[in-house]
Design a protein. Structure first.
Length: 202
């Protein structure tokens, strides 16, 4: 039985954030298992991994808040830093030989549950609005890139715009059109990079 079960009410509906939160929950459960076994060496490694991953998660979360223009981002970052400082303080006790397993598990469980269900809920609307606008922009950019590629194809009617299907002899025969081909390939390259953002692929 897990020490910390992920429940639907913890979902933020922001894929990156939810996936990272679930990894943190998995780390807490692994810490609980190590503590139950009294495996203090494993505990130390899990705590190290937990701190490293928590810092990475906070960095990603804070970037999302900054990009979205979340007005309480500064206060949220301060909450993050206080948590990291607290866990590092307990980590030092563990390194000095104290059995801090249950103390740390209690702090992690209560803090993560409160943080996700309360603090993180504050930035969800702003980040969701930002991501929706970004997705819409990516869609428009993809459509424009694909449209430009096909318009260029119709205008030039030059087989060199499809370089992936040209053999070496044909490429040498079309040497005089290399400049136009390069320009066309740039357009098609952009189209290929952006086509994944079209709604038909999502």
């Amino acid at each position: 039985m897990s020490y910390f079960d992920w429940t639907p009410d913890l979902d933020t509906r922001i894929e990156l954030v939810d996936e990272q939160h679930k990894i943190l929950v998995r780390c807490i459960n692994e810490l609980h298992e190590a503590n139950q076994r009294k495996d203090f060496e494993a505990e130390g490694k899990i705590i190290e991994d937990l701190i490293r991953y928590t810092v990475e998660h906070f960095s990603d979360e804070e970037k999302l808040m900054d990009d979205a223009g979340y007005p309480l981002g500064k206060q949220h970052k301060q909450i993050h830093q206080r948590f990291v400082d607290k866990v590092r303080e307990i980590q030092q006790k563990q390194r000095e030989g104290e059995d801090i397993g249950q103390e740390l598990l209690g702090i992690l469980h209560n803090w993560l549950f409160t943080h996700i269900s309360h603090h993180d809920k504050g930035f969800i609307p702003a980040v969701q609005k930002y991501l929706a606008a970004k997705s819409s922009y990516d869609e428009l950019e993809a459509e424009a890139a694909v449209r430009a590629a096909f318009q260029n194809s119709r205008r030039t009617q030059n087989p060199a715009v499809f370089p992936a299907f040209i053999d070496d002899d044909a490429a040498n025969a079309n040497h005089s059109g290399n400049n136009n081909a390069q320009e066309s390939e740039d357009i098609f390259s952009k189209a290929r990079q952006n086509i994944k953002n079209l709604k038909i692929w999502r």
